[in-house]
Ligand binder design. Structure first.
Ligand code: ARG
Length: 573
């Protein structure tokens, strides 16, 4: 139920206008307020207050309006009927049908043989929540973990493994996959984690090594059997690490884990399309597409399809991936979630996709975000001074929750601690505007008060506990009470804003709208709880039943919001 839209549509339809409804700061004046009379007076050359007096009866006659009054220079304040609010409360999370879109969502998109770090938090958490929101609204989504698995890092890692184990058979020109037992060549996750940083450092100081790595990359891309077999060994290790993180973060599983390597199979298709349109040009041994436009104020380098060593580029594989998605999903939209540094990359890719009539640029959206730093605004590090991996961060937040619980004498089991820690981590990420940078402070985000995940969960636990204790005392749908207290009314109106909030978060691709709503809703719930006792002995049976009805609907709304954020509610906190 989208109360705002319901009221606003009815008024606009009645008056033949299209003005925005306002929500007065002070609800004593009404639940909503419209400046329709002022807008209409301007075009009709009339006095706004007089016009307000003329149209007020029309608004007052709407079936859900209890009372309308004129305020200030011509505002009309509107109070909604209790009966209407009361009955609508039961449908707070029931939403109107949406015209469904197919949305391909490219997030997570981790890299093979590279560890996951703080930079992967936003793409994972924001991506997963946007996916949940889109599905909730009825869209069909296809989530892609577009793994980075095909470029120079692969060559570097293989060259590095070769330097560690020159006796392994993968490097020989007569390599025969049928003659080896892959189990003899174990690479652990911990080992693999160290390979890329070491290889990358070596590549910076050792030209011979770097050139060898480049050759390996090109050979791997051309199907070298030994490199491919070795690659498959560490691919498996990496995929297992990704799965671990996905589970720990309570993300929905990806529909497709297909990355650059998969896309590279279709390079010849897009290459042909480019050639047919005469868009591909040789340049210093590379093959490029000019994407600059005269209107560009910023530098716009050419799109590189093959680099001067003939290797597939990141850009080219992204173009081929668009072709693949178009062919398989025919999406209305493709969303990409990466950090802000990839803006130019996506601009180039989107332009070429449009040149090939694959998909119009406005349907390709790069949702980029800023950086997360640790306290003091410096890169987030573990206690021993190393760059923190994603698993480290999850563990650090868990430890912070545990410390807090010990300090406050709470004795919670491990599962509950994990649930709270996840809420702390995710809520703080969702609450920040996607494009902004933010500071991640484990001590602050685990507080049980203020804008934190634990506060949200705590409020939900409280509601659940009231309902549990009430047991059979909670009738399904009591008749509308004669009067509603301001906190009761405020809470009902707030849950009736749920649908509008979810739609706004989707439309703006801004989960912070949902997170902000969650916090406001919790504040209102706690004020209600404070001012409107439910189970206290001095509360009469009818009042109790009514308040339990409100609590149940508030609980359902809050629970839905929490699940959209990919969180779950512990039994106790
Ligand atoms: N693997 C890339 C990285 O970690 C992100 C990939 C984003 N998606 C894409 N289709 N390019 O930076």
């Amino acid at each position: 139920m989208n109360l705002y839209k319901h009221v606003s549509d009815a008024i606009n339809q009645k008056l033949g206008t299209s003005v925005n409804l306002e929500i007065p700061r002070n609800r004593d004046f009404g639940d909503f307020s419209t400046n329709a009379a002022m807008v209409m007076a301007r075009s009709a050359g009339k006095n706004p207050r007089e016009l307000a007096a003329e149209i007020m009866p029309e608004i007052a006659a709407l079936d859900f309006v209890a009372d309308a009054s004129i305020a200030g220079p011509g505002f009309i304040n509107i109070k909604i009927k209790n009966d209407f609010l009361w009955n609508a409360a039961a449908d707070a999370t029931q939403i109107a049908k949406t015209d469904p879109m197919v949305i391909d969502m490219d997030y997570g998109s981790y890299n093979v043989a590279k560890s996951l770090h703080i930079g992967h938090l936003r793409t994972s958490i924001v991506g997963d929540t946007l996916n949940r929101i889109a599905k909730f609204l009825g869209h069909k989504t296809v989530s892609y973990n577009h793994i980075g698995d095909w470029g120079r890092p692969m060559g570097l890692v293989i060259a590095y493994i070769e330097s560690l184990h020159p006796e392994w058979p993968f490097f020989a020109s007569n390599f025969d996959a049928s003659k080896i037992n892959p189990a003899d060549y174990r690479i652990t996750a911990a080992e693999l984690d160290t390979y890329y940083p070491a290889a990358s450092a070596r590549g910076k100081s050792d030209e011979v090594f770097l050139n060898h790595a480049r050759e390996i990359t090109a050979d791997l891309q051309n199907g070298h059997p030994g490199y491919t077999a070795l690659y498959n060994l560490f691919l498996k290790v990496s995929l297992d690490m990704m799965d671990d993180i996905i589970r720990k973060l309570n993300m929905m599983p990806f529909d497709k884990t297909l990355g650059e390597k998969n896309a590279s199979q279709y390079l010849h298709v897009v290459e042909k399309m480019l050639r047919d349109k005469n868009l591909l040009h040789p340049s210093d041994g590379a093959e490029i597409v000019t994407v600059r436009r005269d209107t560009d104020a910023e530098p716009m380098p050419p799109f590189m399809f093959y680099n001067s060593r003939g290797a597939d580029t990141y850009e080219a594989t992204d173009l081929a991936a668009i072709w693949y998605r178009k062919t398989n999903d025919n999406p209305d939209k493709i969303w990409y979630l990466t950090d802000a540094r990839q803006q130019l990359h996506f601009k180039q890719v989107f332009r070429v996709a449009e040149m090939l009539d694959l998909i119009p640029t406005e349907n390709l959206e790069h949702l980029y975000f800023g950086t997360i730093n640790g306290p003091g605004g410096v890169p987030f590090k573990t206690r021993d001074g190393n760059a923190a991996g994603l698993m480290d961060i999850i563990r650090i937040v868990g430890d912070a929750v545990r410390t807090r619980c010990t300090e406050s004498g709470k004795n919670l089991d491990d599962e509950t601690i994990d649930q709270i820690a996840l809420a702390a981590l995710k809520f703080t990420d969702l609450m920040h505007d996607v494009k902004s940078d933010y500071i991640f402070d484990p001590a602050a985000v685990t507080s049980f008060e203020g804008r934190t995940g634990p506060y949200i969960l705590y409020t939900a636990v409280r509601l659940n506990s009231v309902l549990r204790r009430a047991g059979a005392d909670a009738p399904a749908h009591p008749t509308t009470p004669a009067a509603l207290m301001p906190d009761e009314r405020g809470l009902i109106i707030s849950i009736l804003d749920f649908e509008r909030t979810v739609r706004a978060a989707f439309d703006a691709r801004s989960p912070d709208i949902l997170a902000g709503y969650a916090y406001d809703l919790c504040q209102i719930i706690n004020a209600f709880y404070h001012n409107c006792p439910v189970l206290r002995d001095d509360v009469d049976a009818a009042t109790r039943a009514n308040r339990l009805y409100i609590v149940r609907n508030a609980q359902q709304t809050l629970e839905t919001v929490i699940s959209l954020m990919g969180l779950s509610i512990p039994r106790e906190m």
